[in-house]
Ligand binder design. Structure first.
Ligand code: PHE
Length: 338
């Protein structure tokens, strides 16, 4: 065999072994220099060509050229594999604005309920729940609201069927909790309520309340005031004032309604507080002994307070929402700003 031909064959084998081990741009460059460089192996072979007998030169030359081509192709492949930039199509333009993902968020009412819960957790309350579809007994009778009370008028409430209605307040949860638990009881009960109200800026047939109930030996009205004051402070900060006004509820005695000073105008008077400087939050009072008796508690030994809390009102104050319907329309143009 022609020695140069044998040498080329050896180089081919050696190169194909080496090319498998190439793992970087630098390796590729070194490989090219070793075989195809000016002082490279294949170049050296071609230089020796004149020493080959003339009739054999075409065969050897062809072999050398095809090896050269083979290695050039292999080098190209490697370079493509390692190259960080492969032309303008895939080039990263880091100056382009990013594409942000759409992230959902909690509804403002949900956020308010969670914050109410966390404030009352801190005061030793736990969370209770009750059904939205209630019996007359829990929604009215057990709360000392007799059958001839005007609130029970068929036109005054959403009845599902006779004796079963959508709860008009969260107060029935008081009864359900006391029925299954002995004192001390210290719960809040957030949830939906329903009333046959025509929707306007401050009314919605579906709204949210949070009930509060604390029954134990020696609970007084001062405890109620303390807890409402603390809540107002933690929810709205130190500038908010609380006021209690005498009122009537069948299931509390004495009863009050309580207001927070308007956080929008700072109590000076504005549209939201109808120029009074105060926003009504809900009702409260000392649990009527008749209610304690209805659940089998000893009303001589135990006393307690209960309060309602208008979740929608608090949400409207926190987020400066002037119309309750914005909270229920689910218009993202509004909700995304809250
Ligand atoms: N349930 C009453 C209402 O919806 C509020 C209230 C709760 C009053 C607890 C007294 C005690 O108006």
């Amino acid at each position: 065999m022609i020695p140069l031909l044998a040498k080329l064959e050896m180089l081919r084998e050696e190169a194909s072994r080496e090319i498998k081990r190439i793992s970087s741009v630098a390796d590729t460059a070194a490989f090219r220099i070793k075989y195809l460089g000016r002082k490279g192996e294949i170049t050296a072979c071609l230089r020796e060509l004149p020493s080959v007998p003339i009739e054999l030169r075409p065969q050897v030359g062809a072999k050398a050229n095809s090896l050269k081509l083979e290695l050039e192709n292999a080098i190209d492949e490697k370079q493509k594999a390692f190259a960080p930039w492969q032309g303008p199509k895939t080039r990263l333009d880091l100056t382009l604005p990013g594409r942000s993902r759409f992230l959902g968020k909690k509804h403002p009412i949900t956020r308010t309920i969670e914050d109410i819960i966390s404030i009352f957790y801190g005061l030793g309350f736990s969370v209770a729940e009750g059904p939205n579809v209630e019996t007359d007994y829990y929604n009215f009778d057990a709360l000392n609201t007799p059958a001839d009370h005007p609130a029970r008028d068929i036109n005054d409430t959403f009845y599902v069927e006779k004796g079963i209605c959508l709860r008009t307040h969260t107060s029935p949860v008081q009864i359900r909790v006391m029925e299954r638990q002995k004192p001390p009881v210290r719960i809040i009960a957030p949830g939906r309520c329903y009333r046959k109200d025509t929707a306007d800026a401050s009314h919605s047939p579906n709204f949210f309340q949070t009930e509060g109930l604390y029954v134990d030996a020696g609970v007084t009205f001062a405890d109620l005031k303390g807890v409402i004051n603390t809540f107002a402070l933690r929810m709205f900060g130190k500038d908010v004032q609380v006021r209690f006004r005498p009122h009537f509820f069948p299931f509390t005695e004495p009863s009050v309604e309580y207001d927070f000073s308007c956080v929008i105008c700072g109590g000076k008077g504005c549209r939201t507080c109808k120029n009074s400087g105060w926003i009504e939050i809900s009702g409260a009072g000392m649990v009527d002994p008749a209610v304690l008796k209805a659940v089998g508690y000893d009303s001589e030994k135990y006393s307690g307070y209960a309060f309602g809390m208008g979740v929608d009102r608090i949400t409207m104050l926190r987020y400066r929402v002037s119309d309750i319907r914005y909270l229920y329309d689910n218009d993202l143009r509004v909700l995304n700003n809250l």
